[in-house]
Design a protein around this ligand. Structure first.
Ligand SMILES: C[S@@+](CC[C@H](N)C(=O)[O-])C[C@H]1O[C@@H](n2cnc3c(N)ncnc32)[C@H](O)[C@@H]1O
Length: 216
């Protein structure tokens, strides 16, 4: 019989190796990477599973990506939201993503070989816009877990995102539906953006609040 006093521990070595999973479908592969990354750096990942198609579509809903000059994604992970973004971008829309986790980048690059991902923190967006000959972005679409990031980093990323947006540009992000987290996310976003509208996506586990922050 199992000893109830024995501590529950996640033995990462017992998870299947990612390179052995190439013949399986995407779900377990992404899932294992999310669990591993979450255990290694919980404050950077913030969720155990990629976002649902419904949340990804909710993030880009009402954004005119087709006529945008440049769209930037923060924290694309394995590409759940990227898929919805690139589907809506027009033929002239430039796009790049900023991601810090190398495991996520490897999978993302295989999935989106015609798009650009940069291994750097979102706070450095302006440097990468300039390197790609853009002054400011039309849209920034972020999956960063702001409630879990160190507060000074979260504020710096939001400040730099605001500066990097063109006037009337939009910054979109989400947080899971939990009163305390939603309140602190809203407080944090309001320090930078005064015009924010929200919507709820129920078809995601857990359901999520989408924040659309307008630069006025
Ligand atoms: C919650 S996951 C979202 C992944 C994916 N977009 C999705 O919705 O399924 C957050 C992602 O942000 C990345 N991340 C965390 N801090 C970052 C930073 N400062 N700059 C860029 N990416 C970061 C993590 O490595 C992770 O891939």
């Amino acid at each position: 019989m199992a000893n109830p006093k024995k501590k529950l521990a996640l033995n990462l070595d017992k998870l299947p190796k990612l390179d052995k999973l190439s013949k399986l479908d995407n779900f377990p592969r992404d899932q294992i990477l999310f669990v591993k990354s979450l255990v290694e750096s919980p404050g950077e990942i913030g969720q155990v599973t990629p976002s649902s198609r419904f949340l990804a579509e909710g993030m880009v809903n009402n954004l005119d990506l087709a006529t945008a000059k440049i769209v930037v994604e923060f924290g694309p992970g394995t590409g759940a939201v990227t898929k919805a973004i690139v589907k809506k971008c027009g033929p002239q829309t430039a796009f790049f993503a900023l991601e810090t986790n190398t495991g996520m980048i490897t999978i993302w690059q295989r999935r989106f070989p015609n798009h650009k991902i940069i291994h750097d923190s979102a706070e450095n967006i302006s440097t990468h816009l300039k390197a790609n000959n853009f002054e400011q972005a039309d849209y920034i679409i972020s999956s960063l877990p702001f409630a879990l990031l160190p507060p000074d980093l979260a504020e710096r990323i939001l400040h730099n995102a605001y500066e990097a947006l063109r006037p009337d540009g939009v910054f979109v992000t989400y947080q899971y539906l939990h009163a305390r987290v939603i309140n602190s996310a809203m407080r944090l976003l309001r320090k930078t953006f005064s015009d924010i509208d929200t919507s709820v996506v129920f078809r995601n586990l857990p359901p999520a609040f989408v924040f659309r922050c307008h630069k006025r």
